[in-house]
Design a protein around this ligand. Structure first.
Ligand code: HEM
Ligand code: HEM
Length: 137
């Protein structure tokens, strides 16, 4: 497996543990849950689920199509946008929800959200340029 793909999978399971931990914390401190639920949701859905799809998708979809990945460089650039974006969103959201230090964390949240979106667009571009039907015998 390509090292960058291993890193997608490593980061995905790390976000899963962080997402599950934040879920337990919300059960223990329900009065705080409203501030952390957006971070929790995106650690799990964007961090765990999307990240593992990025990694596994990049590993198997080219093989299923009998082709190399369209751009290995995009795979690496996307990794950084996806991780910086998610960490910025997960950290920024509780501050913005609490209305604390929003001068700093509002821009961090917005920029991070765009990084996450860019990662998704890069994935879509790279996969669409990679997959093609294979003729059945
Ligand atoms: C140990 C694992 C988990 C625990 C303890 C947990 C706990 C919680 C809690 C307490 C809430 C409600 C917060 C509130 O609004 O009061 C919540 C919301 C949510 N969780 Fe988790 N969670 C876990 C794992 C996951 C996973 C793996 C996913 C997705 C893959 C997920 C997705 C969501 C979503 C989407 C919501 C928001 C639901 C809504 O819109 O109201 N959670 N979770
Ligand atoms: C570019 C990436 C993404 C951005 C910028 C984004 C942004 C947002 C925002 C602004 C909210 C409202 C949060 C609030 O009211 O506090 C939200 C909610 C939500 N998002 Fe995302 N999102 C992204 C990706 C995803 C993905 C990939 C999933 C699922 C696979 C997802 C699932 C959800 C869910 C379930 C909620 C409702 C959570 C709740 O009940 O509070 N998001 N998202």
């Amino acid at each position: 497996m390509e090292p960058v793909i291993v890193w997608y999978i490593r980061m995905s399971v790390i976000y899963f543990v962080l997402g599950a931990t934040s879920g337990i914390a919300m059960i223990i401190w329900p009065s705080e849950a409203g501030y952390y639920v957006s971070s929790h949701v995106h650690l799990n859905l964007l961090g765990f689920m999307a990240m593992i799809v990025y990694g596994v998708g990049y590993h198997i979809l080219p093989k299923f199509s009998g082709r190399n990945i369209h751009s290995p460089a995009v795979v690496k650039v996307q990794f950084w946008f996806a991780n910086i974006g998610l960490v910025g969103m997960a950290v920024g959201w509780p501050f913005v929800a609490r209305d604390t230090m929003t001068g700093l964390f509002n821009p961090i949240l917005v920029i991070s959200a765009f990084c996450s979106l860019l990662a998704a667009v890069l994935f879509a571009f790279n996969i669409l340029k990679t997959v093609k039907p294979v003729q059945m015998q």
